[in-house]
Design a binder for this molecule. Structure first.
Ligand SMILES: Nc1ncnc2c1ncn2[C@@H]1O[C@H](COP(=O)(O)OP(=O)(O)OP(=O)(O)O)[C@@H](O)[C@H]1O
Length: 273
């Protein structure tokens, strides 16, 4: 069978598939229903953002996908596997708002950490660190320490570390939330490029509508109490995420569409209430 035959006959397994997923936290004050009835499929190579007001369950959903917590109801599959198996197989990389770098390790040693933990040889680690440092634009900084870097550079190290084992999926929880606007926009462009170059699917939690639209193929809008998906908006912005996109009418139209979905009403009318 040729490569083309394989491509046309092999059904593509989604990176993430959530069916009827719910999460309830028992607390002293009673049960908190953080998520209910979540149905979501993220295709291989697709960039999907989760957006919604504080407390709508974005981080909870990401934590369930990452197997950092267990769903109360429903089924979660990562590349067709249970979340636990996908974690053990290192099918995804994770990056959070805090870069979580180890201050006593150099940039290179931080990036190499997952490789070291999984027994990759020193020579292979060193080659991979060089590749990753180049990918995130930090070739000249591999010998520095985290406290010698800006916040944006630290996040780039965290992204390189998340990509160390060639994951097909990246899970990111507000990775640029603590950065100034200019650095944030720069890293958005970098992430769009990195996602395209690596072909990894991305599930990205954010509070920023422009950020979600700029990066995503689809924006998943959530609402709280109980946390659920209320809208899924396809951006249709294609693969070119150049800076000029931010000033294009298509981009503004999508930002407005997501904003209206979040507010549940056209923005002008919501503001009048
Ligand atoms: N361990 C926990 N115990 C009890 N309640 C929890 C726990 N974790 C989350 N919750 C509750 O679940 C709901 C969803 O929380 P989650 O952090 O997923 O929301 P979020 O959309 O990511 O919020 P934010 O945008 O503020 O980060 C909230 O009401 C939160 O208080």
């Amino acid at each position: 069978m040729t490569a083309i035959d394989t491509a046309t006959t092999t059904p593509t397994i989604p990176a993430v598939k959530a069916s009827g997923v719910g999460k309830t936290f028992p607390t002293k004050g009673g049960d908190v229903v953080a998520l209910t009835g979540v149905e979501l499929e993220v295709a291989a190579g697709e960039f999907v953002s989760l957006i919604g007001p504080s407390g709508c369950g974005k981080s909870t959903l990401l934590r369930l996908i990452a197997d950092l917590d267990e769903a109360s109801t429903g089924i979660l599959e990562i590349f067709g596997k249970p979340a636990r198996k996908a974690r053990l197989d290192q099918d995804y990389g994770i990056a959070f708002q805090q870069s979580g770098l180890l201050p006593w390790r150099s940039v290179g040693a931080n990036i190499a950490l997952p490789l070291e933990l999984h027994g990759v040889s020193a020579a292979d680690r060193s080659a991979r660190v060089s590749e990753l440092a180049e990918l995130v634009g930090l070739t000249d900084f591999v010998d520095r320490y985290p406290d010698q870097l800006s916040g944006g550079m630290q996040q780039r190290v965290a992204i390189a570390r998340a990509l160390a084992e060639h994951p097909r999926l990246l899970l990111m929880d507000e990775p640029f939330g603590a950065l100034d606007e200019m650095t944030r926009e720069y890293l958005q462009s970098e992430l769009a490029r990195i996602a395209a170059e690596t072909g990894a699917a991305v599930v990205f939690v954010t509070h920023s509508i422009p950020e979600a639209v700029f990066l995503s193929d689809r924006v998943v809008v959530m609402s709280p109490r109980p946390g659920r998906i209320t809208d899924v908006i396809e951006t249709g912005l294609g693969t070119n995420r150049a800076e000029a996109l931010r000033e294009s009418p298509e981009y503004f139209a999508k930002v407005t569409e997501v904003r209206e979905a979040l507010h549940g009403a056209p923005v002008e009318r919501a503001n009048e209430r």
